[in-house]
Design a protein around this ligand. Structure first.
Ligand code: HEC
Length: 177
């Protein structure tokens, strides 16, 4: 056996022994999570709406929540302030992040729900109920004129909202969809 091959053989043997040792003697840290604990973290929503929770909301229900919990950063009626505008008709003609808005960039309406639920308000993420998130999503979509003022957003209706930029993304691995 040549020296490099011998070294590889020795390393593999050592790894096999170490793996055996590790499996046999775990440090017994932590504890198994029950289903409810996992559910609290399992909040990803797929583009087609898979994972959307029960509940619903309308633009009219979202407006006062927006004024109370969001306007301080995103400006009155979503026009922008300390944080980016959430309501805008601006066009996009480059890759600068500052040009990207919900209306001209986000490809799936469900992303808006997912993002608000997991990350907003910035100083208190995960503090909103699912109904509040539906209402805020409805409010932002209506202010952007992507849904009607009286449309109800829920697990069935939200995925059907077509975002204007939806067909302009280049799918890197189309065969994996
Ligand atoms: C303390 C300031 C603050 C508050 C309050 C706040 N946001 Fe934000 N928001 C931000 C910042 C900062 C970002 C950018 C975060 C990032 O890029 O990671 C952001 C990003 C967002 C985005 C993504 C925008 C985009 O174009 O991709 C949405 C949607 C959003 N916020 C909605 C809300 C809603 C709804 C509320 C009220 C419940 C809210 N935010 C409250 C600071 C805030």
């Amino acid at each position: 056996m040549s020296t490099p091959r011998r070294a590889i053989y020795a390393a593999s043997l050592l790894l096999a022994i170490m793996t055996g040792v590790c499996l046999a003697e775990t440090p017994h840290l932590g504890k198994p999570l029950d289903e409810a604990a996992v559910a609290a973290w399992d909040i990803s929503i797929l583009p087609d709406g898979t994972g959307l929770p029960k509940g619903s909301g309308t633009p009219a229900q979202g407006a006062p929540i927006y004024a109370e919990k969001c306007a301080m950063c995103h400006g009155e009626n979503g026009k922008g302030g300390f944080a980016a505008a959430l309501v805008s008709d601006a066009k996009i003609d480059g890759i600068s992040a500052s040009q990207k808005t919900i209306k001209n960039f986000i490809g799936d309406s469900t992303t808006i729900f997912d993002f608000i639920r997991r990350a907003m308000p910035f100083q208190a993420p995960r503090s909103l109920s699912d109904n509040e998130v539906y209402a805020l999503t409805a409010y932002i979509l209506a202010e952007n004129k992507l849904i009607g003022a009286n449309d109800v957003m829920n697990a069935e209706t939200l995925p059907k909202v077509r975002m204007p930029n939806r067909d302009n993304f280049i799918i890197r691995f189309p065969d994996r969809i």
